[in-house]
Design a binder for this molecule. Structure first.
Ligand code: MN
Length: 744
């Protein structure tokens, strides 16, 4: 067994790391008493080149912490796991990222693999490093699993949106680069999947950020692991071609070096071989075989000043004949990601085309490292300053490219991506939806389909039930629970963010309100007719047409709607039927009179008054206000009494059906002796009895030893309420508990 490396005081993870070995590998633990063979030397050397001495101890501490956390864990290659984070940090150091980014790179897999918590990282390394690691852990949880090609762009945007700090993306790219370099140890199906993901997601992100070197390497590795056969054949062909043309390259190099010297231009001249993937792409694009893809070689010319670029171009064009139509000036018109260079293809000594790229030192840095090139550490610079220097870089890009419409577009994309206004979420089938920031599950369901929106009753986010007003975050998997006959809730209008959801909810409410008012109106009229000794379903077509004519309504439904909304009084309409009806109608037997029955299915056409909050079982009475539908009050509600005196004709008798469905809001007042956990215990007692707490207020009077709590609960009926009250009164700290008195 190994002993852990001596940790810095207070710097070792508490948890004993879990030993995990991948099947089919033979881990080789270090010899007893020997530290891991993975050395920090290269990293520290790199770091010493651009960071002040004072930063080194923190980086070493992060290394020791990560090493202890990954102890006993091995990569598929059999190497100790810590070799991976160290390699990732080395890549980051090659981009001259700051100390916090390097620490995060070293720690990036500790949270996910070894259960180190965010709090522990904050404690040891501060909030910024912890935040970076957390960002990386979150990105790791998302897997690009969909085969839909057109999802890739959304997915890339989602990754960028989730990384609030550009360092998270840079470390992630370094992580992916190292994983791609060491992919040989993986099983072939896994290799192919990771290669595809790299080609579709990570290589384009690298390109977008201007990390061209990373972009090319990711593409080449992606090609190699995604299409191993094609890669092998092509690489063999290239090897042969390289041998054949070696002397040609040397000749060109010698001739041009001399020409530049004669012209007095200081240049650095490099021979450059194109990547296999770019050759492959060219073959595909032009439908050519390898033999016909000529320009597999190129040269890069690096000069001190912008003007020298054009002078160098002149020298080259005097030397060899340029190929027509193959000159491009990316200095005057840079590429979207900020890339600048002159490109020209010349016809070499044996008629072979050879490409030259000409650029300044500064352009070269941007070309190879993009955003990272501008992430140069300044000693003593705080995060804000580092961020500001990135912003300054973006601004300088804008200045360089202000003639160029596309440049502004690029800046916009980067800005939007790093401070996104959109969230990207998944359906359970891994489809990605883009929603505005602040969107809720209701917005999500209406974005998927109107029917889904209308039938929404609950939502699960990442497998857990959440309130419908919950704000969604990028990467969330959202699942909507539906019920076939449910309807949109008017409360949704208070929190939805999308115009689409808003207008669909309004429309659905209007439609269902109409249907509900009509149903209520029909019942009110039936009841009023009954009092006249008539049955509604026995009215003849002639009766109806006379009645509608008298009322001025176009249809029965319109008349019912008017009655349901209180625009017409059912008793008056019923009395009219009698008058319009056959002369002997008065002889009919009076039928049983009855109150209108409530069964909880009335929806928005019936309101339960908030002054007294009636629930099933209470003695109730109904007020039919003009255009408002029916409001249910307690019979002894003081407000109801006042209204009754004013409009006695607007009241109807109500009773409860034997089967009332749904939940009804009720107010409780609970007086308690204050103490620790009182509210929590009450809330637990209430929810144990299946009652939902919609709202709590607390009224504390410092002169009193007791406090008054007011709960707004959803209950089924009086019996349910009694159960809840009993459970509340069990607690000794409860002085008094009961239903709130109606507001006067
Ligand atoms: Mn990793």
């Amino acid at each position: 067994m190994h002993s852990p490396p001596p940790p810095a005081a207070g710097c070792a993870p508490r948890k004993r790391p879990v030993v995990r070995r991948k099947a089919g590998t033979t881990p080789e633990p270090a010899a007893p008493g020997v530290e891991h063979a993975v050395s920090l030397g290269t990293l520290l050397e790199q770091v010493a080149g651009y960071l002040p001495e004072g930063e080194l101890p923190a980086i070493r501490a992060a290394y020791r912490f990560a090493d202890a956390a990954h102890l006993g864990q091995y990569r598929a290659s059999g190497e100790p796991y810590i070799s991976h984070p160290v390699a990732v940090a080395e890549i980051c150091a090659s981009w001259k990222l700051d100390a916090q980014a390097l620490m995060a790179a070293l720690l990036h897999d500790t949270a996910e693999d070894q259960g180190i918590t965010q709090a522990e990282l904050v404690e040891h390394f501060g909030p910024t490093v912890a935040m970076l690691v957390d960002g990386l852990t979150k990105l790791d949880k998302i897997q690009f699993s969909s085969r839909e090609e057109n999802q890739a762009e959304s997915f890339r945007k989602m990754l960028l949106a989730m990384a609030r700090d550009i360092r998270v993306i840079l470390i992630k790219l370094a992580d992916r680069l190292h994983n791609m370099r060491t992919l040989d140890a993986m099983a072939s199906d896994k290799r192919r999947r990771i290669a595809t993901e790299t080609m579709e997601i990570y290589a384009p992100i690298a390109y977008r950020l201007g990390l061209n070197q990373v972009y090319r390497e990711l593409q080449d590795l992606g090609f190699r692991h995604g299409h191993p056969m094609r890669y092998a054949v092509l690489s063999q062909a290239l090897k042969v071609a390289r041998g054949n043309r070696r002397d040609l390259i040397d000749r060109i190099l010698a001739t041009t070096t001399k020409s530049f010297a004669d012209a007095g231009i200081k240049v650095q001249l490099y021979g450059r071989e194109k990547t296999l993937y770019s050759i492959y792409r060219k073959m595909q694009r032009k439908h050519r075989s390898f033999a016909h893809v000529q320009d597999i070689f190129g040269f890069r010319v690096i000069v001190p000043e912008v003007l020298d670029c054009y002078r160098a171009l002149g020298v080259l064009h005097a030397q060899y004949k340029p190929m027509p139509g193959k000159f491009e000036d990316f200095i005057a018109i840079p590429k979207l990601n900020g890339y600048q260079s002159l490109h020209t293809t010349l016809i070499g000594p044996t008629g072979t085309p050879v490409e030259f790229q000409i650029r300044t030192e500064a352009m070269h840095r941007v070309a190879e490292s993009g955003v990272a090139a501008h992430w140069l550490y300044k000693s003593g610079a705080a995060d804000a300053a580092a961020q500001a220097s990135t912003a300054a870089w973006l601004q300088s890009l804008l200045d360089i490219q202000n003639e160029n419409r596309d440049a502004a577009e690029f800046i916009e994309t980067v800005k939007v991506d790093l401070a996104p206004d959109a969230v990207y979420v998944f359906t359970p089938k891994a489809r990605i939806l883009a929603l505005p920031r602040g969107a809720t599950p209701v917005d999500f369901s209406y974005a998927v389909h109107t029917d889904l929106g209308n039938q929404t009753v609950a939502a699960k986010v990442n497998g857990e039930l959440v309130p419908l007003r919950t704000e969604l975050h990028s990467g969330d998997v959202v699942e909507i629970v539906t019920a076939p006959h449910s309807r949109p809730n008017p409360n949704w209008l208070s929190f939805v963010r999308t115009g689409r959801a808003r207008s669909k909810i309004r429309h659905a409410l209007k439609v269902s309100q109409q249907a509900e008012s009509q149903e209520l109106g029909r019942r009110l009229l039936a009841r009023a007719l009954l009092q006249q000794g008539l049955r509604i379903d026995e009215l003849t077509a002639a009766d109806w047409s006379r009645l509608l004519h008298w009322c001025g309504n176009r249809s029965q439904d319109e008349l019912f709607g008017d009655i349901g909304l209180g625009r017409r009084v059912a008793e008056i309409v019923a009395a009219r039927v009698r008058l319009l009806d056959a002369p002997d109608a008065g002889a009919a037997e009076p039928l049983a009179r009855g109150a209108l029955q409530l069964d909880g299915s009335e929806g928005t056409s019936v309101h339960y008054a908030s002054c007294c909050r009636p629930i099933p079982g209470d003695a109730v009475i109904g007020y039919l206000g003009k255009g408002e539908g029916l409001t249910v009050h307690l019979q002894d509600c003081p407000q109801a009494r006042r209204l009754f005196l004013k409009h006695p004709q607007s009241w109807i008798d109500l009773s409860w059906s034997a089967q009332v469905g749904g939940l009804f809001a009720v107010s409780l007042v609970v007086i308690v002796n204050n103490g620790k956990g009182v509210l929590a215990k009450l809330a637990a007692a209430i929810s144990e009895h299946d009652a939902d707490i919609a709202h709590v207020t607390m009224d504390e009077d410092s002169s009193q030893p007791t406090i008054e709590l007011r709960f707004l609960l959803d209950v089924r009926d009086r019996k349910h309420l009694a159960d809840v009250l009993r459970a509340v009164r069990v607690h000794k700290f409860v002085v008094r508990a009961g239903r709130a008195k109606p507001r006067a």
